[in-house]
Design a protein around this ligand. Structure first.
Ligand code: THU
Length: 149
């Protein structure tokens, strides 16, 4: 699967978003080390703070299907999903909470992730490493001095 294919999968997934409050649709595509693809989209709620981001939706499915430790590649796309295709020329980057969730998966995978951050129309793509997105992050290793309960 090419990078363009992975971005297309994220763009297509965004069309499944439930985003009536923000009107902003996000899709995330995650490929496993053995080539299995899973996707997710944001799902909002009338109780706004309960909305789920596309990345966390896709990560949940990734854990269910092949395990977070088997994540190989990730693409995210965000924009206007009201039509037949996702539109918009501003690339999306994962929110702070999603960066934290991705950090947990990165720890399990044992390596940094490159995340393809695409615009809705897919024309603008930023390649950002997770370590760039969340430097000095608090991850599983940060708990090494905790006392077991
Ligand atoms: N959103 C995501 O799904 N992922 C992100 O990383 C950024 C924000 C969603 C949450 C909300 O449904 C909408 O985009 C507007 O914030």
């Amino acid at each position: 699967m090419t990078d363009a294919d992975l971005i297309e999968a994220a763009r297509t997934a965004a069309l499944k978003a439930y985003a009536p409050y923000s009107g902003y649709s996000v899709g995330c595509a995650i490929l496993s080390t053995d080539g299995t693809l899973v996707t997710g989209a944001n799902m909002e709620n009338a109780c706004y703070r309960l909305g789920i981001c596309a990345e966390q939706s896709a990560l949940t499915t990734a854990q269910h299907v092949f395990g977070l430790g088997q994540i190989a590649r990730i693409a995210v796309a965000g924009g206007n999903g009201s039509g037949e295709v996702l539109t918009g020329d501003q690339s999306v980057t994962p929110c702070g909470g999603c960066r934290q969730a991705l950090l947990e998966a990165s720890h399990l995978a044992g390596r940094d992730f490159e995340i393809l951050c695409a615009s809705g129309d897919g024309t603008r793509v930023e390649r950002l490493t997770l370590s760039t997105l969340i430097p000095h992050g608090f991850g599983p290793a940060s708990l090494s001095d905790a006392s077991p309960g």
